[in-house]
Ligand binder design. Structure first.
Ligand SMILES: [Zn+2]
Length: 496
């Protein structure tokens, strides 16, 4: 980083006004076009690809290229062409490998905390103020979009403070109490609490003045003039109150891009808005080692970001778009021991549904009514071909035996499987048959996985618009908060 850029970052981190900066020193201390020379941004988008690091982004680009060309290459996504790019470290206070709660806390508040904690210190006594709350305090409108449940760790990081991300009912009531203007995407995982004995959070939200919409039709009819504060829950929810994977999405269903477009429509005003958008199922796909689902959601994430880019083109002076990941998931890699220096990413397109869709529509119904030991893999071969593009009979004998063993394990059911800790490396707590099939499909494309959890590698961060240059370089996830605060001209207390 150059001296002037370093200086710009430092000044921005201190959130000094342009007048103060000018008073401090000569013009050469400022990077050209830096925030100190222009008015602060007032339309700020923060996109978080959950579980999205370089491999997830590159896999989507290599896949797109492989569909169109036999020459090796990467068809660039829109956001990877942003003019400012950085690398962001993601460790938290308890581990090199963060979880979404502590990562969200770092990004939203600038503070490191322990895994599982949202917007509180590791001792779980202090509470941290979020960038979204600062925005609301400045009179901006605020929106939070996620395609997983709205009370999940990443969206919660913008409005809730809880000792444990598992306190989803408390998170949900804090969502209502936030008074933020627009929540959209998934539903609530515990709308009546863990035991189902609490007041319905949707009723509480209605009483607090929120309009609840849970049909695509109702969503499309929302307009800024009459909507008021909105909680928009997707009509189709696939797993754990989340929107469907892009690979499973019906063309008539709403997409993440639709939620961003509606957010802009509802939040637009002269003072400003802050819109946080999470693509949460890149992470879920990678936990399950399902590259096709991850790539589909990464491409859909790019389409959602493109909606913000179109807005930025209309309001270039006032807009900042930041895209980052909260951590990597799965230890995904472009390369696998079995395929050495070759890849065949076009094969990913042979998969037509996610691991979840296969479980829900094929495997679970097949298991229903059959006792362990019953059933034959033969019955499922046509569906396996249809979902994963795998002709099991044409596989090498070792792979075929692996699928057979996995089928037997799946038929034995959840309880017995959980006790088989020796099978964790093979199946990671997922349906043995399904995860074996995604492994075979991914490996034949040259995609490898090392874990069913997160990893500690840094993530890329991309920025476009007013203040973009602050996001160049190599910095920590806590710095994202300070950079956003600088561009938004948030007055931080001295301790932050
Ligand atoms: Zn995460």
């Amino acid at each position: 980083m150059t001296r002037s850029a370093r200086c710009a970052v430092l000044l921005a981190a201190l959130a000094l006004s342009s007048a103060q900066v000018f008073a401090m020193g000569s013009r050469e201390q400022k990077a050209p076009g830096s925030v100190q020379e222009t008015a602060p941004a007032k339309y700020v988008f923060l996109f978080i690809g959950d579980g999205m690091s370089m491999a997830q982004v590159s896999a989507a680009e290599v896949y797109s290229n492989a569909l169109a060309s036999k020459t090796p290459g990467q068809a660039r996504l829109g956001f990877t062409q942003f003019p400012s790019q950085g690398l962001t470290t993601t460790y938290d206070s308890s581990s090199i490998i963060t979880d979404s709660a502590s990562a969200g806390t770092a990004i939203a508040t600038g503070n490191k905390t322990a895994s599982g904690v949202i917007n509180m210190d590791p001792g779980k006594t202090l509470k941290f103020k979020t960038i979204a709350e600062y925005a609301k305090e400045m009179g901006w409108k605020v929106g939070v979009v996620s395609n997983v449940s709205l009370d999940h760790a990443t969206p919660a990081s913008f409005y809730a403070k809880v000792p444990s991300r598992g306190d989803m009912y408390s998170i949900a009531t804090q969502l209502v109490a936030s008074g933020f203007d627009y929540f959209g995407g998934g539903g609530f995982a515990q709308p009546r609490g863990k035991k189902g004995d609490q007041a319905d959070v949707l009723a509480i939200a209605r009483e607090a003045g929120y309009r609840i919409v849970n049909t695509a039709d109702g969503f499309r009819k929302l307009d800024a003039a009459s909507a008021g504060k909105v909680i928009a829950i997707n009509e189709t929810l696939q797993d754990s109150e989340a929107m469907p994977y892009e690979i499973d999405r019906h063309p008539d269903d709403l997409s993440l891009a639709d939620y961003v477009a509606k957010g802009i429509e509802l939040l637009m005003n002269d003072k400003g808005f802050f819109l946080a958008v999470e693509s949460g199922k890149i992470d879920w796909a990678c936990h399950a080692n399902d590259a096709a689902a991850s790539i589909g959601d990464t491409l859909a994430f790019d389409s959602a970001i493109a909606v913000a880019v179109a807005f930025q083109k209309l309001h270039p002076e006032d807009t900042l778009i930041v895209v980052t990941g909260d951590h990597e998931t799965g230890g995904m890699s472009l390369g696998f021991a079995g395929t050495k220096y070759t890849t065949a990413f076009e094969r990913v397109s042979a998969q037509t549904g996610s691991y979840v869709a296969f479980d829900q529509t094929v495997l679970d119904p097949y298991k229903d009514g059959r006792s362990p030991g019953e059933g034959s893999l033969k019955d499922l071969l046509p569906e396996i071909q249809r979902f994963f593009g795998i002709d099991v009979n044409a596989l090498p004998i070792k792979d075929r035996e692996m699928v057979e063993r996995a089928f037997v394990r799946s038929m034995k059911g959840e309880v017995e499987r959980a006790a088989q800790e020796d099978t964790y490396l093979l199946y990671g707590g997922y349906e043995p048959l399904t995860v074996t099939l995604t492994h075979i499909a991914n490996q034949s494309a040259g995609i490898g996985w090392t874990t069913y959890s997160h990893t500690g590698v840094p993530v890329p961060t991309y920025a476009l618009g007013n203040g973009q240059q602050l996001f160049d370089g190599y910095y920590d996830n806590t710095d994202i908060f300070r950079k956003l605060a600088a561009v938004m001209n948030v007055r931080l207390p001295a301790t932050n």
